[in-house]
Design a binder for this molecule. Structure first.
Ligand code: SF4
Length: 261
């Protein structure tokens, strides 16, 4: 028995109402969005499929509205950005500003995103309370780079990716420590896609030329790989392109990605 309003006098009166117990129960799924079985399925399905076709199929189909593109706007980032922009310029485009970036990178980010027509650039920064508590002087990179990356890169990215089931990364298999990089990976229940996993340096350069893409301004100054300013130095002739990253440290990844193998 419940209460309803009388249609003639407006007074509340007793009457039958729907039984709350009979209502459909909302169920919030806490299951991971993707599993290792999905990774195997996608890997098999897109084996041999050209990168452009794979991206078009995924972004217009299974991943539509569920995926973000993450970019550091480094020396080779323009290629993946261009490939994705050809399919969906409205895709959420995430950039983590560690607040230790080169000014040139920030300017390149804005000009390149504008050049390619992206409409949903999302910039995330470290939590200011965490910064105050753990890196008040901004020097943590000098004695604890893993902790600094955790604070300035890993945590903001986790926050940025929270609404998404999948994300797209620009890593390549030819980069040092990334041999054998797969196209699809599982990352804490989220799908991580590496569309350029099988691209080599010559193909990257050819795409720059074919599409007349703008280069990062620091590349010509001797920086083939660019991260945060304190942790990036120029690579010398003959050195690995990533040799200038965390030079003198036993560190090759920021913690966002684990070494491929
Ligand atoms: S790359 Fe260097 S400055 Fe940037 S977050 Fe990592 S340790 Fe800190």
């Amino acid at each position: 028995m419940g209460w309803r309003r009388c249609g003639r006098c407006g007074m509340a009166e007793a009457g039958a109402v729907s039984d709350p117990a009979a209502r459909a129960v909302d169920v919030i799924s806490t299951a991971p969005a993707f599993t290792s079985a999905d990774v195997a399925r996608l890997t098999a399905h897109y084996a041999g499929v050209p990168t452009e076709a794979m991206l078009a199929d995924l972004l217009r189909g299974e991943l539509h509205g569920r995926v973000a593109l993450v970019s550091s706007f480094g020396t080779e980032s323009a290629v993946l950005l261009d490939l994705v922009a050809a399919v969906d310029r409205a895709i959420p485009l995430i950039f983590i500003n560690t607040q230790k970036m080169f000014g040139e990178t920030l300017a390149y980010r804005d000009s390149l995103a504008e050049h390619l027509g992206f409409t949903d650039l999302r910039v995330f920064r470290p939590d200011p309370h965490q910064l105050a508590a753990r890196d008040a002087k901004g020097l943590r990179w000098g004695y604890d780079p893993d902790g600094c990356c955790g604070l300035r890169k890993v945590e903001p990215l986790a926050r940025a990716l929270a609404p998404f089931d999948a994300w797209i990364s620009g890593r390549k298999g030819f980069q040092s420590g990334r041999a054998g990089l797969p196209r699809f990976e599982l990352d804490a229940g989220r799908l991580k896609i590496n569309p350029l996993a099988d691209w080599d340096k010559a193909r990257i350069d050819a795409h720059f030329t074919a599409r007349d893409l703008p280069r990062h301004p620091l590349e010509a100054a001797g920086y083939p790989s660019i991260g945060c300013q304190p942790c990036t130095s120029q690579a010398q002739p003959g050195e690995d392109p990533r040799a200038g990253r965390w030079r003198h440290w036993d560190k090759t990844e920021c913690g966002i990605h684990q070494p491929a193998f």
